[in-house]
Design a protein around this ligand. Structure first.
Ligand code: 5GP
Ligand code: MN
Length: 335
């Protein structure tokens, strides 16, 4: 980690600390933020957590979930918190544009900025950085941070619980991005009192009836298989959003589910939003979806899991997407 000693010195006396993560926060965003929150309050700091947009409901069992501010809903309070912050942590993202409406205020903030992240191509805004793309999750990096702070014995159990949520969601329950180090970390957390069974149940078996039906509809009615290039695409329109009353978190898991088909190497979920079309990519093996997102969809993420967006309408976007997959990426996908 860069500038660790400087950060340690700052954390020696009580500070106003703000923890932020990316828009449409997932288990890793919320898990890492809450883990750091639970630790920093034990040191006597005044700590606030702000997410740019609402969080998935299924994460509401996490200790501290209710304390999180939502910028798009609580704008004025959030602005005051940002302005008062001495230290701002940026977790699970590495460019302020991932915070959408918060981009300007965070870029302009005078606070000391710390980035803890595992996505590719970080920007250079922070004063201190803990960044490693080989980490399964930002929650894994939070463990590294506690270790660097010599704090593992002092961190409250709640922090370990929320870290485990992020590890589970970012690895698809240990299907990908795993490493010997990750398993050692989880073993250590269990020795420190973490009950993995309870948390795994809360994360995996958390569908609402509505979300479960939407999953069925997406697979049965909306999945297009491009068998020649081992690709599956689910498209959800504005109409679908109305019919299924789709809310944040309801789409979680759909794109990953497409990968359950043995031959599929690339899966895409395309959702028509009010102001843009959002694309969510997953892949298996050595096909990089990060490449296509960075080059063509103003996005990025990881080699096997990335996202992006398109400003042209749904049918134009679909045309471009299929053309790209069938030309530039055809060889790699049909291998
Ligand atoms: P998801 O498909 O679940 O939204 O995101 C998959 C991965 O891609 C996550 O690691 C997420 O941070 C990243 N990602 C999703 N959307 C975007 C985007 O618009 N821009 C960038 N740079 N990364 C994204
Ligand atoms: Mn993550």
């Amino acid at each position: 980690m860069t500038n660790l000693d400087q950060l340690k010195l700052l954390l020696d006396s009580p500070k106003n600390i703000l923890i932020t993560s990316h828009a449409n926060p997932d288990g890793d965003a919320v898990g890492s933020s809450l883990a750091l929150y639970h630790y920093l309050i034990t040191l006597g700091h005044r700590v606030n957590v702000i997410m740019p947009t609402e969080m998935p409901d299924f994460l509401d069992f996490m200790p501290g979930y209710d304390k999180i501010w939502i910028y798009e809903k609580q704008h004025d309070s959030c602005v005051r918190i940002v302005e008062k912050a001495d230290i701002i942590f940026a977790l699970d993202y590495n460019h302020f544009n991932r915070t959408e409406q918060m981009e300007a205020i965070l870029s302009g903030a005078k606070a000391y900025k710390v980035m803890i992240d595992h996505h590719m191509e970080p920007s250079d805004f922070p004063s201190a950085i803990l960044w490693r793309t080989s980490a399964s999750s930002t929650c894994e990096l939070i463990y590294d941070f506690f270790e660097l702070m010599n704090a593992l014995d002092k961190v409250p159990l709640e922090a370990y619980e929320t870290m485990f949520v992020g590890i589970l969601t970012d690895t698809g329950s240990f299907q990908y991005s795993t490493s010997p180090r990750l398993f050692r970390i989880v073993a250590d957390l269990t020795e420190r009192g973490l009950n993995t069974n309870i948390i795994s149940d809360m994360v995996a078996n958390s569908y609402t009836y509505k979300r479960f039906r939407l999953m069925g509809y997406s697979i049965y009615e909306r999945l297009e298989l491009l068998e020649e290039i081992n690709t599956g695409i689910v498209v959800l329109t504005q109409e679908d959003h109305k019919i299924y009353n789709i809310q944040r978190g309801d789409l979680e898991g759909i794109v990953n589910f497409i990968l359950r088909i043995r031959q599929i190497r690339c899966a895409v979920l395309v959702t028509e939003r009010k102001d843009r079309v959002k694309l969510s990519f997953r892949s298996k093996g050595n096909f990089s979806v990060q490449d296509i997102c960075t080059k063509y969809f103003n996005g990025g993420g990881h080699f096997n899991a990335s996202g992006g967006q398109s400003k042209v309408n749904l049918s134009e976007t679909m045309k471009t997407l299929k053309e790209l997959l069938m030309t530039e990426y055809k060889m790699a996908l049909s291998e």
